[in-house]
Design a protein. Structure first.
Length: 548
């Protein structure tokens, strides 16, 4: 990669002011009355006007061949020939608009350049050592005013500091209680309730604790050792690590560009007062939604990526039926992205997990646990179980969609095994072939219960008691009952071959809920003799539930 940096000479003064607008810049001094004929610095509309002029000047080259930030431009190209061609095009366009450069501040045809406080090279983007050197000797802040200056400087480079919100948390706490002068006057006048407040010039004194001192030194150290952020390659998949704790949210976006996983972006933020009341699983879900939708949308929208988390229950987020209204909104926002979830133990998730733990260095063990759509299948697997994807089977079985998570409708979000979809004819044949249900199905077809051979199956007497509420609908046998809300409910009479598949889906895929919830889900859609006992036995023998 080759780069050139261009800097305009007194850029604002190269923009002429309209004659009707010149009087708006008038001022009086001891030697007379004056008004600007060129756009001065400091007026509120100057930056946006200048940026608009510069973007119009470079035209269709913007973002593709050159980046513009006010009067600073950076031209880039993969080869020297390509770069020189682009550079000449930019210079021609600047000349056609009558804009002049400051040659002393320009850098041409380099593999590494300094641009708006950053070092840009073919390796990526890093902090500018000439700027960071100032932080090494930064004295300890004595009051809120000095602390704001320090945090403002650090905040400019927060994208290079992993877990910035967590590290700076003790320092941000010192800013609380410092109110604007107008608020202080209102408190004195009794217009606001009394509270402990500080002025920006008041010394910290005992409020500067050991935690504040550690955070201050840690921030300086992290800034001086900040990593290089690589340029994102849209053609390669991303890996996102997310984590949350009571102090904030964190995420690290990686790409494997033939040199192992390299960081593309660090993101973090503190929690609002209401978010601090969230339970752990909701905080982890919030971290996922915030990192993907709010912070890294430009990278991840339309790209395929993998999310790794050390919070095992988060891997059920795409399939759980136990979400509140907020959770459903978050899930709807995430449904626009193509990603899979993978569980990664906390001891290996040291980057984003540093929000709640100290970093442990590079881990040698890189064996990760894959989480398919049916949950942590490798952790709760029982020998002899069929690993067929239960969710896709169950989706095609019953008539009521309420007990099945809506996420199953979007198979792209599930790591599904490809199996044939069951049709009504397939289910009807399965009912007829079942030794118990088949007898009742044929009796319903003939309309004569006396044709049932009770000795054919031990459970036939139980299902014969339901004769009055059994119906055939398009070749399928249903049990028609009234739900607790007095609505009409049709339960599909489920053949024995599908019992385990349904229980896997409605128990495992729904987050290993307890017996009552699981039985409620099953009863809403299906019926078979001794169903309650079968559900209870499945929940009691579930290996994952037993471990808990």
């Amino acid at each position: 990669m080759w780069f050139s940096v261009l800097d305009l000479r007194s850029g604002y003064y190269q923009i002429p002011l309209g004659e009707a607008d010149q009087e708006k810049t008038a001022f009086i001094c001891p030697v007379g009355f004056y008004q600007f004929q060129r756009m001065p610095q400091g007026i509120c509309g100057a930056p946006v006007t200048f940026q608009r002029v510069m973007e119009k000047t470079v035209g269709d080259m913007n973002l593709l061949e050159v980046l513009v930030y006010l009067d600073d431009l950076i031209v880039f190209g993969r080869t020297l020939e390509e770069h020189e061609e682009r550079l000449l095009k930019v210079l021609d366009r600047l000349q056609s608009e009558g804009l002049k450069l400051s040659l002393d501040k320009c850098t041409f045809c380099q593999t590494s350049v300094s641009y708006v406080g950053h070092i840009v090279s073919q390796e990526g983007v890093s902090t500018d050592p000439s700027k960071i050197d100032a932080v090494k000797s930064w004295p300890r802040p004595q009051n809120v005013s000095e602390l704001r200056s320090f945090l403002g400087f650090c905040g400019y480079y927060r994208r290079f500091v992993k877990d910035y919100s967590k590290v700076s948390y003790p320092l941000n706490q010192l800013l609380q209680g410092c109110l604007p002068t107008t608020s202080l006057k209102k408190i004195k006048a009794g217009l606001l309730p009394p509270r402990v407040v500080y002025k920006a010039s008041d010394p910290f004194g005992s409020r500067w604790t050991d935690a504040c001192e550690a955070a201050f030194n840690d921030l300086k150290l992290r800034l001086t050792q900040a990593p290089v952020l690589v340029f994102a390659n849209p053609q390669l998949p991303y890996v996102l690590h997310v984590d949350a704790c009571c102090e904030g949210l964190g995420g690290v976006l990686y790409q494997d560009q033939r040199q192992g996983l390299r960081p593309v972006a660090f993101v973090s933020r503190s929690l609002t007062p209401s978010e601090k009341n969230y339970p752990v699983h909701k905080l982890e879900f919030l971290a996922l939604k915030w990192a993907v939708v709010d912070k890294l949308h430009d990278y991840l929208y339309g790209a395929k990526f993998e999310v790794q988390t050390d919070h095992n229950p988060l891997t059920y987020v795409l399939t759980t039926a136990k979400l509140d209204a907020v959770g459903h909104r978050w899930l709807a926002a995430l449904s626009a992205y193509d990603f899979s979830l993978k569980y990664r133990p906390g001891r290996q998730n040291v980057d984003s997990d540093a929000l709640s733990r100290c970093p442990h260095g590079k881990m040698k063990d890189q064996k990760w646990t894959n989480i398919p759509s049916s949950g942590v299948r490798s952790l709760c697997k029982i020998p002899g179980q069929d690993l067929v994807n239960a969710s896709r089977v169950v989706t095609s079985l019953g008539g009521s969609p309420k007990s099945i998570p809506k996420a199953y409708c979007n198979l792209a979000t599930l790591e599904a095994f490809i199996i044939p979809k069951l049709s009504s004819m397939d289910l009807s044949c399965a009912q007829q072939d079942d030794p118990c249900l088949g007898e009742i199905w044929r009796a319903l077809k003939e309309g004569n219960l006396s044709t049932v051979k009770k000795e054919a199956h031990q459970d036939l007497p139980l299902i014969m008691r339901e004769w009055d509420i059994l119906v055939l609908d398009n070749g399928l046998m249903f049990r028609c009952t009234q739900a607790p809300d007095r609505s009409h409910r049709k339960q599909l009479c489920l053949p024995k071959r599908f019992h385990e598949v349904v229980l896997k889906s409605l128990h495992d895929d729904s987050g290993h809920l307890g017996f009552d919830k699981t039985y409620g889900f099953v009863k809403e859609r299906f019926y078979w003799p001794k169903m309650k006992a079968d559900v209870g036995k499945y929940c009691q023998t579930c290996a994952r539930c037993v471990k808990r």
